[in-house]
Ligand binder design. Structure first.
Ligand SMILES: [Ca+2]
Ligand SMILES: [Ca+2]
Length: 283
């Protein structure tokens, strides 16, 4: 190979390396652009909804009255949210058996209708797609002056609100002057009327979408005038267990698995010994 040929080959190799480098840089640019552009188009499922973590606390009395003298709802997670153009206070807490939700807002006297209601349409999961909302709890006023109301439990089938065969949970409310106070309790880990899945099963540690609704006429869902979806996470029961139990459980696990390991080792050892014995007899 003469010098000219050698220079030509070096040049070709250099050009090939350069082409490879350019190709790699181009691939990197395309991948980065695809990532950046796609991030604008991936729907942010949780981004728009307020996320609320439930807190453990002393069970409130569901009577439509917040008893501050007994520190009722003291441990609740309290968040302000906008129900359309209506600012409300949303309080969330739980004990071992129920999730508790309180909704409070102010309306001028003339704006409080006799048939005011507040409801919660509950999703089967954290998904906010309409098909996932299956369970409805409503406190419906029939007369605000005499404070007459009823608690209603519905299930949704093809967008139609159907009465549950059995009501699960409780709800109560009070309208005093400009103040409306609603209190709800919903069982955790319990399915009511489960033959037809009439309630959503709220499980510890899971997040659920709640559509908080306000309306003025007892027609559902047509009477709903304002609503807002929030995501509520039910706190895990195990978090409240004393750490001592976790430690005891951990130690017990180690002991049990150590014993099993020793027994298994002994078993293998015996098999080998038996094998040796058989071979000796054969000889
Ligand atoms: Ca109360
Ligand atoms: Ca229901």
């Amino acid at each position: 190979m003469n010098n000219t040929e050698s220079r030509r080959i070096t040049k070709i190799n250099g050009f090939t390396i350069l082409k490879k480098k350019i190709f790699r840089v181009l691939i990197c640019i395309i991948v980065m652009n695809t990532f950046i552009i796609s991030s604008f188009f991936v729907p942010n499922v949780y981004g728009l909804q307020e996320e609320i973590d439930s807190e453990f606390g002393e069970s409130p009395i569901i009577d439509g009255y917040i008893d501050f003298s007994s520190n009722e709802w003291n441990e609740a997670t309290k968040v302000p949210i906008e129900l359309g153009d209506l600012p409300i206070s949303l309080w969330v807490m739980q004990d071992e058996i129920n999730l508790y939700i309180s909704i409070q807002f102010e309306l001028e006297g003339y704006a409080h209708k006799d048939t005011e209601f507040v409801g919660m349409i509950i999703s089967n999961s954290s998904s906010i797609i309409p098909e996932e909302f299956l369970d409805v709890k409503i406190v419906q006023f029939s007369n605000k002056t005499s404070n007459d109301f009823i608690f209603l439990d519905y299930n949704i089938n093809n967008s139609e609100f159907l009465n549950d065969t059995k009501q699960n949970g409780m709800g109560a409310a009070k309208i005093e002057g400009i103040d409306s106070t609603y209190e709800f309790s919903i069982p955790i880990n319990e399915v009511g009327g489960d033959e037809n899945m009439q309630d959503v099963l709220l499980e510890y540690g899971n997040m659920y979408a709640f559509n908080i609704t306000y309306g003025e006429t007892p027609v559902y869902p047509g009477g709903i005038k304002k609503s807002e979806i929030v995501l509520i996470t039910i706190k895990n029961l195990s978090i409240t267990e004393p750490p001592l139990w976790d430690l005891v459980f951990f130690i017990l696990n180690i002991i049990i698995f150590s014993i099993l390991g020793i027994l298994y080792g002994f078993y293998i050892y015996k098999i080998f010994k038996l094998k040796e014995k058989i071979e000796r007899i054969k000889r």
